[in-house]
Ligand binder design. Structure first.
Ligand code: HEC
Ligand code: HEC
Ligand code: HEC
Ligand code: HEC
Length: 378
C-alpha cells in the first residue's frame, strides 16, 4: 500500500513538472558582455518549431513566353502581365498555400472561372495586392526574404493567428472605473493582468507606444501608468509572436534608449507600421466581403498582428526565401509593367550599416528612430 502511495505521488509529480521546461536550455549572447542581452532557448521547443516552419516544395518555373493572361482571360485585374503558363503556376501555388483540400473551387465557380461570385475570390484578389504591397513597400521589414500566401496561411483557408476586438461587457467593473480590459486572462498578453486588447490602439490606431520620460525629474511627460500597461501588452505579444525575450530588441537597462537597442528593434518598428497599414488599407475595407460567420463577436473583420506571419519564429519560416521564386508577388505587377526577374541576391536578413544609413535619411516627420548598431558581442 505504501509503495502504491509513493508511486502515485511520483506519477503526480512527473505530471505536474511536465508543465515546466526540462533542462538543459541554451543561451545565446546578443549584446555586449555584462548587459544581460541574452536569449534563452529550449532546443526541444526549437526542434518542434523548426518542423512547423518548413516551407513546402517549390513548383518548377513556368515559361514567360506566349500570350499574357490579361489578353487570354476575361477578368484578370492583378496578374494580367503574366504569361498563361506563369498564371497557371500562380493559381496552383495559391491552391497549395490556401486551399489544398478544396482545390480551385475554393475560389472559383467551376462553370465560369471569370465569375467573381465567391467571396473567397474577391478576398484572394486583394490578398494578392496585399502580398505585393508587403514585398515592395515594406522591404524595410521583410527585406528580400519577402512573404507569400503561405507565410500567413500555411496550407489553411484561414491563418492560425488573427485577432478580433474583444467584446467588453457594458458596465462591468464600473465601481472601480474603466478597467481597460485588465484581469481578464487572455493568451494575447501571456495571461497577465495587462489590457487584453493591445492591438486596437497600436496595430489599428496610431497611439503612442513610447511612454517613458527621458529626464530624471518629471518634466512634462503626461503618459499614465495605464498607457504604459498597454505598451507592455503589445510588447508581450511581440515577444511571444517571435518566440524571443525582450532582450532580443532591448537592453533591459534602458528599454526606451535606441542607442542601446539591437537592430531587430528597428525592424520591429517598421513591422508595427506595416501591420497597422495592412489592417487599415486591406483588412478593414474587406469587412463587407466576408460572410457573417467569418467576422468577430462585434462584427469586425479578422485582422493581422505579428503572430500572423511569425507564428513563434524570429523570422517567419526561419527566413526561408519562398517569395524569390514568385516574382509576380514581388512587384505591383500592373503598375510596374512586366514582372522583373526573380531577385537573385540572397540575404542574411540582418540589417547592414548601409541599410540603417538609408533608413535614417527618411524625412524626420516619420519619426524614424536613429539607431547606433550594437554588434553582437565586443
Ligand atoms: C485562393 C483563391 C484561388 C484559388 C484556390 C484558385 N484561384 Fe484562379 N483566380 C483567383 C483570382 C483572385 C483570380 C483573378 C486574378 C486577377 O484578377 O489578377 C483568378 C483567376 C483565374 C482564371 C482567369 C479566369 C478569367 O477568365 O478571368 C483562371 C483560368 C483561374 N483562376 C484558374 C484557376 C485554377 C485552374 C485553379 C486551381 C488549380 C485556381 N484558379 C485556383 C483565385 C484563386
Ligand atoms: C499577412 C498575412 C496574409 C497573407 C500574406 C495572405 N493572407 Fe489571406 N488572409 C489573411 C487574413 C488575416 C485573413 C482573414 C482570415 C479570417 O477571415 O479569419 C485572410 C483571408 C483569406 C481568404 C478568405 C478565407 C476564408 O475562407 O474566409 C482567402 C481566400 C485568402 N486569404 C487568400 C490569400 C491568398 C491567395 C494570398 C496570397 C496571394 C493570401 N491570402 C495572403 C492574411 C494573409
Ligand atoms: C521584436 C522587438 C521587440 C521586443 C521583443 C520587445 N520590444 Fe519593446 N519596443 C520595441 C519597439 C520597436 C519599440 C518602440 C515602438 C515605437 O516607437 O513605435 C518598443 C518600445 C518599448 C517600450 C517603450 C519605450 C519608451 O520609449 O517609452 C517599453 C517600455 C518596452 N518596449 C518594453 C518591452 C518589454 C518589457 C518587452 C518584453 C516583454 C519588450 N519591450 C519586447 C521592440 C521590441
Ligand atoms: C507580413 C508578414 C509579417 C508581419 C505581419 C510581421 N513580420 Fe516581422 N518579419 C517578416 C519577415 C518576412 C521577416 C524576415 C526579414 C528578413 O529576412 O530580412 C521579418 C523579420 C522580423 C524581425 C527581424 C528578425 C531578425 O532576427 O533579424 C523582427 C524583429 C520582426 N520581424 C518583428 C515583427 C514584429 C514586432 C511584428 C508585429 C508588429 C512583425 N514582425 C510583423 C514578416 C512579418
Amino acid at each position: 500500500m505504501k509503495r502504491l502511495q509513493s508511486l502515485c505521488v511520483s506519477v503526480l509529480a512527473v505530471l505536474t513538472l511536465a508543465g515546466c521546461e526540462r533542462p538543459p536550455v541554451d543561451s545565446v549572447q546578443r549584446g555586449y558582455r555584462g548587459t544581460g542581452m541574452e536569449q534563452v532557448y529550449n532546443p526541444r521547443t526549437l526542434a518542434e518549431r523548426a518542423a512547423l516552419n518548413t516551407p513546402p516544395e517549390e513548383l518548377p518555373a513556368a515559361s514567360p513566353d506566349g500570350p499574357k493572361a490579361g489578353q487570354v482571360y476575361q477578368n484578370v485585374k492583378v496578374l494580367g502581365n503574366q504569361s498563361v503558363g506563369e498564371f497557371a503556376r500562380t493559381m496552383v501555388a495559391m491552391t497549395n498555400w490556401v486551399a489544398p483540400k478544396q482545390g480551385c473551387v475554393h475560389c472559383h465557380n467551376a462553370q465560369n472561372f471569370a465569375d467573381d461570385s465567391l467571396y473567397t475570390k474577391v478576398v484572394a484578389r486583394r490578398m494578392l495586392q496585399m502580398t505585393q504591397k508587403i514585398n515592395t513597400d515594406y522591404k524595410s521589414h521583410v527585406g528580400t526574404t519577402g512573404v507569400t500566401c503561405y507565410t500567413c496561411h500555411r496550407g489553411q483557408n484561414v491563418p492560425n493567428e488573427t485577432w478580433f476586438k474583444p467584446l467588453v461587457p457594458k458596465g462591468a467593473n464600473s465601481f472601480a472605473g474603466d478597467k481597460a480590459g485588465q484581469n481578464q486572462p487572455a493568451m494575447t498578453v501571456g495571461l497577465s493582468s495587462l489590457p487584453v486588447d493591445p492591438f486596437t490602439p497600436f496595430l489599428l490606431e496610431a497611439r503612442d507606444i513610447r511612454v517613458q520620460g527621458d529626464t530624471a525629474l518629471p518634466a512634462g511627460n503626461r503618459h499614465s501608468i495605464k498607457q504604459a500597461e498597454w505598451t507592455y501588452g503589445l510588447m508581450v505579444h511581440m515577444s511571444s509572436a517571435l518566440g524571443v525575450n525582450c532582450s532580443q530588441c532591448h537592453n533591459t537597462r534602458s528599454f526606451g534608449d535606441w542607442n542601446n537597442s539591437s537592430p531587430p528593434r528597428l525592424t520591429a518598428w517598421h513591422g508595427i507600421r506595416m501591420a497597422r497599414e495592412l489592417n487599415n488599407e486591406f483588412m478593414l475595407p474587406l469587412t463587407d466581403s466576408f460572410p457573417a460567420h467569418r467576422l468577430g463577436p462585434g462584427g469586425d473583420v479578422a485582422k493581422l498582428n505579428c503572430a500572423t506571419c511569425h507564428q513563434g519564429a524570429h523570422k517567419p519560416l526561419y527566413g526561408a526565401t519562398m517569395a524569390m521564386s514568385h516574382p509576380e508577388l514581388l512587384t505591383k505587377s500592373l503598375e510596374a509593367g512586366l514582372p522583373a526577374a526573380a531577385a537573385s541576391a540572397t540575404t542574411t536578413g540582418a540589417l547592414t550599416t548601409d541599410d540603417l544609413k538609408t533608413l535614417s535619411l527618411l524625412p524626420a516627420s516619420t519619426a524614424q528612430p536613429k539607431l547606433k548598431v550594437a554588434t553582437s558581442s565586443e
